[in-house]
Design a protein around this ligand. Structure first.
Ligand SMILES: NC(=O)c1ccc[n+]([C@@H]2O[C@H](COP(=O)([O-])OP(=O)(O)OC[C@H]3O[C@@H](n4cnc5c(N)ncnc54)[C@H](O)[C@@H]3O)[C@@H](O)[C@H]2O)c1
Ligand SMILES: [Zn+2]
Length: 363
């Protein structure tokens, strides 16, 4: 097992990464304020992991209220959030009853937001079971639900007590979900860790094939990068944390434009990153060879590199709702070089047009 720390002063917490951690309940127990928790999960994950997890908690003297939600990105909404509140109230969950998010990013984001607001805030724990959640969404305290007009529009910054990433859970994941997680892994290399990007270029096939050792290394290195960024800019105030949004301005537009759940988040991020790379190339920061390396690694990860043709006007309208918009201007995350990202609002409309035209299917 590897343990990393998210250095946030009094809100600091450990990330444990390793095989078989779901059975090592002592890693959770020491953080719980009460020997009772509510485990929030969904109908896909429950039959795989819920009973064994609840039994291990019981063996450690902790009773668990299971809350099993429907599955899908389109359920990351008010209706499902309310179902969580209904269950918490029905079971008389208290201020010290921690919520445990057992699942992917959808469960993690929803549960985190429920924890941030139930009784004005209760403790919560992340037990991520997808690659994407283990490398990204379970770390850093961004919690949210979607609004029909935009992704993650309603939420809170709210840090968990501990993150427990059991790499064994990745064995039951669909291949498409493994690829989606790799999109965020590649993102860390592109924005701030060129040696990691180069390691990924050498090892991407092994990662796609779920080589356990290499996956564990990729998760650790991703979490180390994310933890460093979050510690430096917890609430996305200095601009550093915003760099984690590489590919997301376009990606969120794709997800919202196509309807939640059609493209996976990681798939939209991959295609969005290619657009951001083309804008960066148009503006003279990176070369055609760099764009080619980015396209190539996503292709090898079995991720889409062309974006759906929503129409340029629709892209612009959707991106106008991005959370990074300031003073009405869209701010883009671009690449100064491979391994270094920056944020700018200065992208000429023609540059954007050209990059979109090059990047969409049926253009
Ligand atoms: N909070 C953040 O910082 C942050 C960062 C990145 C992404 N996100 C959010 O995360 C979400 C995407 O997360 P995701 O990719 O984990 O999707 P997801 O939560 O929808 O999980 C993907 C699918 O895998 C299933 N699943 C989960 N674990 C499984 C397992 N071990 N075995 C088999 N099936 C399993 C799920 O039920 C679901 O059908 C998006 O809503 C995105 O906005 C948040
Ligand atoms: Zn993301």
């Amino acid at each position: 097992m590897q343990t990393l720390d998210v250095a946030l002063g009094e809100r600091a917490y450990p990330i444990h990464i390793g095989a078989g951690l779901l059975a090592q309940v002592s890693l959770l127990l020491r953080h719980l304020p009460q020997k009772r928790v509510a485990v929030v999960t969904n109908t896909t994950i429950a039959p795989l992991y819920l009973d064994a997890f609840v039994a291990t908690l019981a063996a450690g003297g902790v009773s668990a209220v299971p809350i099993v939600l429907p599955d899908g990105e389109e359920t990351k909404d008010w209706t499902t959030l309310n179902a969580v509140f209904d269950a918490l109230l029905a079971h008389r969950c208290e201020r010290k009853t921690a919520l445990v998010a057992l699942g992917g990013g959808v469960i993690g984001d929803l549960t985190g937001f429920a924890a941030a607001t139930y009784l004005r805030g209760v403790p919560y724990v992340q037990v991520p079971t997808t690659l994407l959640a283990q490398v990204d969404s379970s770390v850093g305290g961004k919690t949210a639900i979607n609004h029909p007009r935009g992704k993650n529009m309603i939420g809170a910054f709210y840090q968990p007590l501990v993150v427990l990433a059991d790499t064994d859970t990745l064995r039951t994941l669909d291949q498409r979900e493994v690829a989606a997680g790799l999109a965020e892994v590649i993102k860390y290399g592109l924005i701030r860790d060129l040696p990691f990007f180069e390691w990924l270029e050498r090892n991407i096939d092994a990662l796609v094939a779920r080589d356990a050792e290499k996956l564990a290394y990729a998760i650790e290195r991703s979490c180390a990068n994310k933890a460093a960024v979050v510690a430096a800019d917890e609430r996305e105030e200095t601009g550093e944390r915003a760099l984690l949004n590489l590919g997301h301005t376009f990606g969120h537009a794709i997800e919202t434009g196509l309807g939640y759940g059609n493209w996976l988040h990681g798939e939209a991020v991959a295609a969005g990153t290619v657009i951001a790379a083309r804008v960066s190339q148009q503006m003279g920061f990176i070369g055609a060879g760099d764009v080619e390396r980015i396209v190539r690694i996503f292709e090898r990860a079995r991720l889409p590199v062309t974006a759906p043709d929503l129409g340029h006007d629709r892209y612009r309208a959707l991106m106008g709702l991005d959370k990074k918009v300031e003073g009405g201007k869209i701010r883009f995350i671009l690449l100064r070089r491979l391994g270094e990202a920056f944020m700018t609002a200065d992208v000429a409309p023609q540059t954007l047009e050209t990059a979109l035209t090059q990047s969409v299917t049926n253009a």
